[in-house]
Design a protein around this ligand. Structure first.
Ligand SMILES: [Zn+2]
Length: 124
């Protein structure tokens, strides 16, 4: 019989054990199972915008606060969606998606609220 593993510390236990004595979490039968269940990237979408100025301001704040981020921008963003398509194969309006390191999403949302509060209201 194969052993059991702790998904937290990776410790191996003899069959019959069900909980890691160190981490107090349930053991699993293979570590690959745990790795497969983990999300590929811990990125969360903070903002989707058509406004490059708004994007520039929030990115500036993220840099100041050292919050890790990724920007996807361009005129083919719908192709990044699972079933997205371009209308008639032509460029879509420019759009940007801003993603931040998942655990810091709340901080990012706060910065975004501050940036928006400081901006003039959009006209018309
Ligand atoms: Zn453990």
């Amino acid at each position: 019989m194969r052993g059991m593993f702790c998904p937290e510390c990776g410790g191996e236990y003899r069959p019959g054990f069900t909980v890691c004595a160190d981490c107090n979490v349930a053991l699993v039968s293979s570590l690959e199972e745990v790795q497969a269940a983990r999300p590929v990237a811990e990125l969360e979408e903070l903002l989707a915008t058509h406004d490059p100025e708004e994007l520039g301001e929030i990115v500036g704040r993220l840099e100041e606060e050292e919050i890790p981020y990724v920007v996807h921008a361009g005129t083919a963003l719908p192709l990044e969606d699972e079933k997205g398509e371009l209308r008639r194969g032509r460029p879509e309006p420019w759009e940007a998606r801003l993603l931040v390191h998942g655990p810091r999403l709340e901080e990012g949302e706060q910065l975004l609220a501050e940036v928006r509060a400081a901006r003039p209201l959009p006209r018309g």
